[in-house]
Design a protein around this ligand. Structure first.
Ligand code: SF4
Length: 214
């Protein structure tokens, strides 16, 4: 099986295994979704989903958040961590989006404060339905363990996966692999015994051996 065939097989199995709709962040309005993604850095989606309810009650749109006092915003988003930087970024982002829609291109999205490729990819895939590979810690772990890539560098992971799968599969694969990482292929104790990739995964034997010794 060559690399493309392996990637296609992994994507197919994950597509069948995972729910049809996968949404980690609840907000669906583009501006609110973008803010949620910025806040999700280094924290859990569960915390973000709670925090943004209060944030958007106080500042429902870009126009109101653009005028917000930074310290008031810091207080609301405190639980997401890195709250000083995040408050600065979401207010600056709001100021740039008062009179325009959230952009639907990578080029324009990454010009916004606090928006890197990962955040932009989330918006492109989740909100605009465009091809996007979202490389976070779960995705990177899964594709490395399954032998689809051999690098932790997010830009290289993105490029390598993009070359292995058709663009139409990029976003769906991002979400299914991510959910698989969260639910089965955990960082510390992957559930290799019952894994549907037991015949394909080059990392499985090492994990099982390590566990047998423990
Ligand atoms: S066999 Fe283990 S390491 Fe490999 S994908 Fe499955 S859970 Fe992850």
């Amino acid at each position: 099986m060559n690399a493309e065939q392996r990637a296609a097989e992994v994507a197919k199995r994950l597509d069948e295994l995972m729910p049809q709709t996968i949404q980690f962040l609840e907000q669906r309005v583009p501006f609110r979704f973008l803010v949620s993604v910025i806040l999700s850095a280094q924290t859990t989606d569960r915390i973000v989903n709670v925090v943004v309810k209060e944030l958007f009650k106080a500042y429902p749109d870009a126009a109101s958040l653009a005028q917000a006092n930074e310290e008031d915003v810091q207080e609301i988003i405190y639980a997401t961590g890195y709250y000083r930087n995040k408050a600065k970024n979401i207010i600056a982002c709001a100021q740039q989006l008062v009179d325009r829609e959230v952009p639907d291109s990578m080029e324009e999205l990454v010009k916004l404060p606090g928006v890197g490729r990962k955040t932009a990819s989330c918006v492109l895939g989740d909100i605009y339905g465009k091809p996007a590979i979202i490389v976070d810690t779960h995705f990177s772990r899964v594709v490395n363990r399954l032998g689809l890539v051999k690098t932790k560098d997010p830009a290289k992971v993105e490029k390598a996966i993009a070359s292995l799968l058709d663009a139409s599969e990029h976003y769906r694969f991002s979400m299914t692999a991510n959910l698989f990482g969260r639910s089965v292929c955990h960082a510390k104790k992957p559930e290799c015994e019952a894994c549907p990739f037991s015949d394909l995964c080059p990392s499985r034997d090492a994990f099982l051996k390590r566990r047998a010794k423990a």
